[in-house]
Design a protein around this ligand. Structure first.
Ligand code: 2AM
Ligand code: CA
Length: 292
């Protein structure tokens, strides 16, 4: 019976969501023990774009845990560690995959590096381009946000619901300062300037996944940011949708795994948010300045 190669041991009977939760919890606990302890800091594209051995170690841990349960599934992780060449995916290819796990091992790496306690583990599972499970875990507050397609969103085990603000004027928004200082940062500064006087206020916590989780929990009314990647937002996007909110790109088109410029909200303020971004020329989809 036994062939020359030993098949990977698969633990059967565990649901996708159960695996996502236990994996995020394990990785999150480990990350927290490494806060202030790591020795090596690397820069990716610039000093605004950081990675530590903790990001890479956590991604390897997550990948191995998921592979134990679902060895046939594809994997798209921010750090791209430990993959065979053929299963290195782009978001475009991830949309075609049957099952793909989309993982950010540490969302909020800059905060983590500075010891600021706002970062999270983000794990999503997409089926043919549609996110069906989303888990965001904040190890510092031991807060777990979980969503399953069609089954709702939960925070700390209780049903999550988006907030009820009906106007931008009553809304607490969040955004980020993009790492790309040539294009996305200056464009988003236009949006911040425009929305700062049209909303109750704006926060920038430094983790897109946590911003989205907080929209799902009704703590923020809306969130937008430019230049993000699938691993930053896939889990959070499902959380917001399953909590009764709306997620699109900043031009108002439906969210996809390839969406880089994202807008998420309680739904009620969504059209106003997108139309004010457009009015500020801050969607990121405008032609580059200097052009027509
Ligand atoms: P990260 O911590 O996983 O890198 C903060 O505004 C958000 O932007 C975080 O979710 C952060 O994710 C993300 N981010 C940071 N650098 C980035 C980059 N170079 N490209 C895209 N997203 C980035
Ligand atoms: Ca990251």
């Amino acid at each position: 019976m036994s062939g020359p190669t030993k098949p990977l041991y698969t633990v059967s009977g565990k649901s996708f969501t159960a695996v996502a939760i236990s994996t995020a919890a394990k990785a999150g606990e480990w990350i927290q023990t490494r806060l202030g302890q790591f020795s090596k800091l690397e820069m990716k594209s610039s000093s605004r774009d950081l990675v530590t051995e903790v990001d890479k170690g956590a991604e390897t841990m997550i990948r191995n845990l998921i592979r134990t349960h679902f060895p046939q599934h594809a994997f798209l992780g921010e750090e791209g560690v430990g993959g065979d060449e053929e299963d290195l995916l782009t978001p475009e290819r991830a949309e075609q995959a049957e099952y793909v796990w989309i993982v950010d091992p540490v969302d909020g790496t800059t905060n983590f590096v500075h010891g600021l306690p706002f970062f999270s583990v983000s794990i999503a599972l997409a089926h043919r381009g549609e996110v069906i499970v989303g888990v965001v875990y904040d190890p510092v507050r031991d807060e777990l946000f979980v969503a399953e397609k069609g089954k709702g969103a939960y925070v700390r085990g209780k049903r999550a619901r988006v907030s009820e603000e009906a106007t931008l004027a009553d809304s607490l928004l969040a955004t980020g300062f993009p790492a790309d200082t040539d294009r996305n940062l200056p464009i988003n500064l236009l949006g911040i300037r425009h929305l700062a006087t049209r909303s109750r206020n704006i926060r920038t916590i430094g983790s897109a996944a946590l911003h989205l989780a907080y929209v799902s929990a009704g703590r923020l009314s809306g969130f937008w940011e430019l230049g993000l990647n699938a691993w930053d937002v896939a889990a959070g996007a499902l959380l917001v949708q399953e909590a009764g909110g709306r997620v699109t790109d900043t031009a108002g088109r439906p969210y996809r795994l390839t969406t880089r410029h994202i807008a998420a909200s309680n739904g009620a303020i969504h059209d106003e948010l997108v139309s004010e971004l457009r009015a500020a020329n801050a969607t990121g989809y405008e032609p580059p300045s200097g052009g027509q």
